[in-house]
Design a protein around this ligand. Structure first.
Ligand code: HEM
Ligand code: HEM
Length: 169
């Protein structure tokens, strides 16, 4: 029998993946964002932060099954490390984006509610956090892409249950 992630974790995983990809495509930089802030980018990016909180709580409460013990120890270590890195990006990307927007003096407004600024506005250029955010976004997408490829490798080459663990029955 396949040991699946809980339904809740599965829904959060796929919703998060969709939000990350949309946020990446809608990311914008440059002086024009001061006049015309990418609010939909902000909304999808913040959704990632909102989704990661219950996900980590559900995980701590046992929502994630143990890795398959038959899997090679090196693969298990790679999976654990990879998942930890993905979680770190899921937290760091939205927070650094929010900080970058605040540094640029752009109000972060979602559904009509303006969130507090994380730092005081600074003069151009927007600073190191903004640079880390913009480049980090692309690094994140590449790592998430490799992670997706690994899941497909498990499914089609190793022919194990890894991908099925993250799909509804
Ligand atoms: C997982 C979530 C996110 C991803 C993957 C992401 C990705 C990106 C990328 C790739 C860029 C560079 C675009 C370019 O220069 O062409 C960017 C820029 C930016 N993002 Fe995000 N972002 C995320 C969340 C957020 C959030 C939540 C906010 C604000 C609340 C935000 C605010 C910004 C700002 C202000 C810039 C411009 C920075 C600059 O001018 O240097 N991002 N983002
Ligand atoms: C932006 C895109 C994605 C992000 C941020 C992401 C993130 C994550 C994270 C953090 C975990 C660990 C879950 C936990 O144990 O708590 C995970 C597990 C998993 N993901 Fe993704 N993922 C993405 C896309 C994908 C894609 C495209 C696929 C499939 C093609 C996929 C398949 C899986 C599978 C099968 C697992 C379970 C692995 C196992 O049981 O060891 N993910 N993902």
């Amino acid at each position: 029998m396949v040991q699946r992630y809980s339904k809740f974790m599965i829904v959060l995983h796929w919703l998060t993946a969709i939000c990350v990809v949309i946020a990446w495509f809608l990311g914008e930089g440059g002086p024009q964002i001061l006049k015309n802030p990418p609010t939909v980018h902000f909304a999808f990016g913040l959704a990632v932060l909102v989704l990661v909180v219950p996900r980590l709580i559900a995980r701590l409460a046992g929502g994630a099954p143990r890795l398959d013990p038959r899997s090679a120890p090196l693969l298990q270590l790679a999976a654990k490390t990879g998942h930890a890195v993905l979680y770190a990006f899921l937290i760091a990307m939205p927070l650094s984006g929010w900080y970058a927007a605040s540094a640029l003096g752009i109000p972060v407004t979602v559904f009509g509610v303006t969130l507090p600024a994380l730092t005081a506005p600074i003069q151009q250029p927007p600073g190191i956090v903004a640079d880390l955010h913009s480049n980090g976004g692309t690094v994140f997408l590449v790592i998430a892409g490799l992670h997706g490829l690994m899941a497909l490798y498990h499914h089609f080459v190793l022919k194990d249950d890894t991908l099925r663990r993250m799909t509804p029955a």
